[in-house]
Design a protein around this ligand. Structure first.
Ligand code: HEM
Length: 195
């Protein structure tokens, strides 16, 4: 994956546990790269090894590390200058989810080797939808859940997420059924009209 992803994990660990912990994680993962370069592509295996080592060193289940990272990713990418990309993707939670492929396609303009996931929305109702997540990469659904929870916070929206079909059960993708409700519809209205 692109160095940006590994840098995001590093940033999360360093901000919460300090640089010494990150050094320990890299050593446990047998990653000798001194500094990741955002725009360089690294083998996926490096990211998986770093996530596993983070889980072992901070004593947190891998799924929780991935979920925390998913939430952190939204703050990190905004701080790294991708805030306008996020802003273009939508003014509310369901709209944003329908633009995830557009967001990654725009990202692909700067990162030509990007291998982004793909997301499709179906069963769009006022307060619920199904999000279909397609990826060649295994095991990253908790990261998606973290991102969805982070988006819920960003849009002041309560979200409830259930995994309703998965590759483990024979499907060709992950299906998440999501209920969403703005915490304060009036605030949401103001947010939409101020941006
Ligand atoms: C401005 C915000 C975002 C940026 C800049 C961004 C960019 C990226 C980049 C660079 C990768 C690595 C792909 C590669 O190395 O080939 C990636 C992967 C990924 N992105 Fe995004 N992304 C953003 C928001 C989101 C959101 C909101 C979601 C979902 C709710 C999402 C879901 C994913 C997932 C699940 C992956 C892991 C790769 C996979 O599943 O195959 N991203 N994204």
């Amino acid at each position: 994956m692109f160095g940006l992803v590994n840098k995001g994990l590093e940033d999360m660990v360093c901000s919460q546990y300090g640089e010494a912990t990150w050094t320990e994680i890299k050593s446990k993962a047998e990653v000798q790269i001194e500094a990741f370069i955002s725009m360089d592509a690294y083998p996926d295996e490096i990211t998986y090894r770093l996530v596993d080592a983070t889980s072992a060193v901070i004593k947190m289940p891998t799924t929780d590390v991935l979920e925390a990272f998913g939430k952190y990713w939204l703050l990190f990418t905004a701080a790294e200058g991708f805030g306008s990309l996020m802003a273009m993707a939508g003014d509310n939670f369901p709209e944003f989810l329908q633009n995830l492929d557009n967001l990654h396609a725009r990202m692909g303009l700067s990162f030509p080797e990007l291998q982004p996931p793909s997301f499709l929305c179906s069963h769009l109702e006022t307060a619920s939808l199904k999000l279909h997540y397609y990826s060649e990469r295994p095991g990253l659904t908790p990261m998606v859940v973290g991102m969805l929870k982070g988006l819920g916070e960003k849009f002041d929206t309560d979200v409830n997420i259930q995994l309703t079909a998965s590759k483990a059960q024979g499907s060709d993708h992950q299906e998440l059924s999501i209920a969403h409700k703005p915490k304060c519809p009036f605030k949401q209205f103001l947010h939409q009209n101020n941006n």
